[in-house]
Design a protein around this ligand. Sequence first.
Ligand code: EPZ
Length: 438
Amino acid sequence: MDKIRIRGGRSLRGKIPISGAKNAALPLMAASLLSDETLVLRNLPHLADIATMTHLLAQHGVEVSMAGEHPGGGHMGHVLKLRAGAISSTEAPYDIVRKMRASVLVLGPLLARCGQARVSLPGGCAIGTRPVDMHIRGLEALGAEIELDDGYIIAKAPHGLQGGVVVFPRISVGATENLLMAACLAKGEVVLENAAREPEVGDLANCLNRMGARIEGIGGDTLRIQGVDRLGAADYAVLPDRIEAATYAIAAAITGGEVELIGAQPETMEAVLAALSQANVNVQRTECGIRIGGTDAGERNGGVIGIDVTTAPYPGFPTDLQAQMMALMAVADGAAMITETIFENRFQHVPELMRMGADIAVKGATAMVRGSGGPGGSGLHGAPVMATDLRASVSLVLAGLASAGETMINRVYHLDRGYERLEEKLSACGADIVRLTE
Ligand code: EPZ
């Protein structure tokens, strides 16, 4: 298995191109099942999860072709053409679904297009049990008959899905996306209340409308969909990855460097940018994106300071950045209380950060971080550490960049699921980071 070796203590300086958003690309690819015409998706990142979704869709009968690199190269990502002319199988098998939970996003489209679906339950992962009860209840509210058998969701809607109102008991990105896609072909009007407002949900809705869907309320917590008989072709560019951009913003801050995030969209990152500013990190919007670090006109004195952070559904502070922010707070001046409200087990990075010298005490859903960045602070030191999930892995990379000495990160396949060319992008800004292939 590959490892990543980091020799820390170098300030990052330069530009980092931001790739297309993984968490928008995956539902957008699933949406291809809703139409028998071609969906062209642009600015897609080169990630393991995209390859897994491609494999899953191909076994449903979707013709998927890579239409070459965007002329812009770099952060313009690659182009996929997807065409579900005929669906050859409505089953999403366990051996694929277990590798990528987002596979469950084929459930709504298959049910809407074919009137049936047999999708493996995704099962849990390192950060939590990850149930899909809201996906199921929502589809039942639109007339689907669903039973669980043998670890599979067996869904039927032989006469198609009906209009109706779905009120999500708690905000769920995936359940909102599954229901949104299913509702496009329902017979009548579907209202989704307490819907997720993440920009990736908006990206999916905008693309569905370009395919001929009739969705109103995009960006809000109530989505109103008038079902149509069929969807057509579309050509759509995936929005930039706000979580990747914020991760590299923290990389700049944690190394005391200055980096411009090319292609980042600050309007999708307000909560994170506000938190970084509050932590005394210099944030400036530029024509090409966002500049992090360095000093603005009003000279900022001192380094990063500890602040309290609580994760929340969009537009709140994203749970997908909690681990990265904790790495930054570990080297800040002062204390930080970090509270995780979305997932029940998302502190897997804590023991690994502590191996690097971080001072962190976890009590339930809250972690108290005592930063080592104060006067005379010892800072962090490199160590061999273990990655457990995508965002925990990258928080260890960030800590390694800020640490004296060498950090070796094992199980980096987690990283490849969500960060395109991570070591290239960081090396280009002066980091001493290499991938060791065993
Ligand atoms: C999406 O996961 C993202 N994944 C996650 O990113 C992200 O952390 C999460 O949204 C929250 O923003 C993709 O978009 C592919 P949820 P999802 O449904 O849709 C509970 C990453 O690192 N819940 O919004 O699975 C659930 O257990 C990944 O890129 C139910 O109880 O998240 C969680 O506690 C990690 N029943 C909460 O809701 C359900 O039916 C929010 O989950 C569904 C969810």
